[in-house]
Design a protein around this ligand. Structure first.
Ligand code: FMN
Length: 367
């Protein structure tokens, strides 16, 4: 096996994949049974979380055991995710979701990603990202129904810290992936994190480029959210649609300090009852690292869902260099600590609204 391919598979913990067989299979039009099998898996995996709910994935069925994963260049974040790390985390989550969906069928998933894994922001058509192959023998996986139950919870929690046994289980899972999950229920640290997230969000949105890119992903009416079936729906964000619209499209109306203060207090109040924050550190230098981080994040998220625990990522604190450093200093992480790639709050609360998703047909490419 070619060394580079082997390294990819070793990095991802994946088995071998014969390229020759894929190409031979590609010459055949997939049968109706092949389409149906992948459609079944896709119907679960389409619920995978992605930054801003961009859902960049597409699938081309090759045969009942093989498919090609593409990304849609119209669904990327070139300005706010310049390295494509967070979008590739999303693709890693999607691949992991297919794996979880395949497990009850007694099937495991082998993956061979593209060699140049950075996303091509200049592409104008769906671009090939990885070959996927189903093989007999399921990979260990949680109940696939969790894929449909999992969701981001951005509203108030009920004040209970995450149970110690769950914290321990999550930390052990992260360690198995070579990452470190730290959790804290220290009220002072929680206040610090919630305040920092709030300030960072405002600071990021003062940047015209960030506002421009994000504004294409906000959905401020129920009709728009249901019709486009993607993006950040105001109901999921816990904000009135008119306020979100004005904030993005008339940001000049929100420059006054007192308006910021009122809005900040409302945003901060929406997160009351938070009693646990957590952060992930680990290898985060290469596309293979980002894919593996995505697999871990989805595993953690599904397991938390199984325990009735909700999660709310705080992406801005990680991607904003000043906030990132402020958090590391406060958390006492030394210069030798592994990279921080996710900060989040965790907790219990009411079932959040479910964000929309593209349909299976939207995601299937012609074979
Ligand atoms: C890598 C990654 C980063 C995310 N960062 C944030 C974030 O900073 N703030 C936030 O509210 N949601 C964040 N999310 C959650 C997504 O917006 C959410 O998954 C998507 O809108 C779909 O909604 P769902 O998780 O409820 O299905 C992130 C998700 C992923 C995968």
């Amino acid at each position: 096996m070619e060394r580079r391919t082997f390294l990819w598979q070793a990095a991802l913990g994946l088995g071998a994949l014969s390229l020759g067989r894929v190409q031979a299979a590609a010459a055949w039009k997939p049968t109706r049974a092949a389409q149906a099998r992948w459609a079944e898996l896709l119907d679960y995996a389409r619920w995978a979380p992605s930054p801003h709910n961009i859902q960049p994935w597409k699938l081309r069925v090759v045969s009942d055991t093989e498919a090609e994963l593409y990304y849609d260049p119209a669904r990327l974040l070139p300005y706010t995710d310049p390295t494509s790390a967070f979008t590739i985390i999303g693709l890693g989550i999607f691949i992991e979701s297919l794996r979880v969906a395949a497990a009850p069928l007694g099937l495991g998933l082998d993956v061979r990603p593209a060699e140049a894994l950075r996303l091509d922001y200049a592409a104008t058509a769906p671009t090939w990202f990885a070959r996927l192959r189903l093989r007999p023998g399921a990979d260990p996986a949680p109940d696939r129904e969790l894929l449909k139950e999992r969701r981001t919870a951005r509203r108030a929690y009920d004040g209970r810290p995450v149970a110690a046994a769950v914290q321990q289980e999550m930390a052990t899972l992260a360690t198995a992936y070579g990452h470190q999950l730290s959790l804290s229920s220290d009220p002072a640290l929680i206040d610090f994190v919630l305040d920092l997230n709030c300030q960072t969000l405002f600071a990021d949105l003062d940047d015209a480029g960030t506002r421009r890119e994000l504004s294409t992903w906000i959905r401020t009416t129920d009709e728009q959210a249901a019709h486009l079936a993607d993006g950040l729906w105001s109901r999921c964000m816990g904000f009135p649609g008119w306020l979100m619209h004005n904030f993005f499209f008339h940001s000049e109306r929100f420059r006054a300090g007192w308006k910021r203060a009122v809005l900040g207090r409302a945003y901060r109040h929406s997160m009351r009852g938070t009693a646990t924050v957590a952060w992930l550190q680990g290898p985060f230098a290469t596309p293979a690292d980002w894919l593996r981080a995505g697999a871990l994040l989805q595993r953690l998220w599904l397991d938390l869902s199984r325990h009735g625990v909700y999660l709310h990522p705080f992406g801005s604190v990680v991607t904003n260099p000043a906030a990132h450093q402020q958090f590391l200093t406060r958390a006492g992480a030394g210069p030798a600590a592994p990279p921080l790639w996710l900060l989040m709050r965790l907790g219990y609360g009411p079932v959040p609204p479910r964000s929309f998703r593209l349909t299976v047909n939207d995601l299937l490419m012609p074979s």
